[in-house]
Design a protein around this ligand. Structure first.
Ligand SMILES: [Fe+2]
Length: 325
């Protein structure tokens, strides 16, 4: 498939510098280049069409580089920004980098350094495009899944929220919570590969059907494996049906061999399954749920995590499923 060209906007008031930048970019095979003379024109250009990379001078008439960056970012948060400047200080450059400017290119330009920096910026743009595509694909799959398995509608969103809440109370750091929340949201995505007749069967499942359904964590892992940004979350999805006593699936590992995040997802997943209507039974009442969770402590589920979960009043169960639409 042809990659869409990388669109670069250059804002530079000095005519000589502007044509030099344009020459370097074209020589580096960047063809979708637009050059403007000041920040005001740059803002107009950004309003007309989206750009991937902004290369801007700081010291410009009408709208300064700093103001341009700020306003461009409001419009296009993913815009990759390169700053060029003749008289910037080291402190100024560091401040810009801290604000998320991708690179700082002091004048006079060193052609090779300049070209290399733009190439790195272009790689970042392509990487972001891929990530965006992958996240969109997952959303589409989850929406498809909620139409196939009506009992799953809302389940994944609730499990993600409950898991994040429990993780916070367990003292996990925000980065770890975010990854686990993502994993919780997609943990059952592999059910897309299970026949609908099995997923929505009103009665008891036959042993071959049970075997089929138990493949869903494997399918989940395989579906999510190409998503590079999710590599560290794959195990949380793959092991969400393992049991502390080692009698779970797909691997039958037990205790501390099961990743903490997978044990945590298992607790809230089990809770939410009991609190929801399923094809084969109605939702359980609060007392029955508490009793079942207590029984599952240390056999099916991590005892400490069950205790932590039960230490707080049972969450309200909303069935609208708005989250997995
Ligand atoms: Fe599951």
């Amino acid at each position: 498939m042809m990659e869409a060209p990388i669109k670069i906007l250059v804002a530079e008031d000095d005519a000589a510098a502007r044509s030099l930048v344009e020459v370097i970019l074209r020589a580096s095979a960047f063809d979708a280049v637009t050059c403007v003379e000041d920040g005001g024109q740059a803002l107009l250009a950004l309003e007309r069409e989206p750009y991937d990379i902004l290369i801007t001078d700081l010291d410009m008439p009408v709208v300064s580089g700093e103001a341009l960056i700020r306003r461009a970012r409001e419009r296009e948060p993913d815009l990759t920004v390169l700053v060029t400047s003749g008289q910037a200080t080291v402190e100024g450059a560091v401040a810009l980098l801290k604000e998320g400017v991708f690179d700082f290119l002091p004048k006079p330009f060193v052609v090779d350094t300049f070209a290399a920096s733009v190439r790195r910026a272009a790689e970042r743009v392509i990487e972001n495009r891929n990530l965006f595509g992958q996240h969109e694909a997952i959303e589409v799959l989850m929406a498809a899944l909620s139409r196939k398995d009506r009992y799953l509608k809302g389940h994944c969103g609730r499990v993600a929220r409950l898991a994040a809440n429990l993780a916070r109370r367990a003292g996990l750091r925000p980065g770890r919570i975010a990854l686990m929340e993502q994993a919780a949201r997609v943990h059952d995505i592999g059910k897309i590969a299970i026949p609908e007749a099995i997923l929505n069967k009103p009665g008891a499942l036959t042993p071959p059907e049970i075997e089929e359904i138990r493949k869903h964590p494997v399918h989940s892992r395989d579906i999510l494996r190409p998503v590079r940004s999710f590599a560290r979350g794959l195990d949380f999805v793959y092991f969400h049906h393992e049991r502390i006593d080692g009698r779970g699936y797909p691997e039958g590992i037990g205790g501390g061999d099961i990743p903490f995040e997978a044990r945590l997802i298992a607790v809230v997943d089990t809770y939410d399954a009991m609190a929801s209507d399923r094809a084969y039974r109605r939702a359980l009442g609060r007392e029955a749920i508490v009793e079942s969770l207590r029984e599952a402590r240390g056999t099916q589920l991590d005892a400490d995590l069950v205790d932590l979960f039960l230490a707080q009043p049972m969450p309200e169960h909303d069935d609208d499923g708005a989250d997995s639409e």
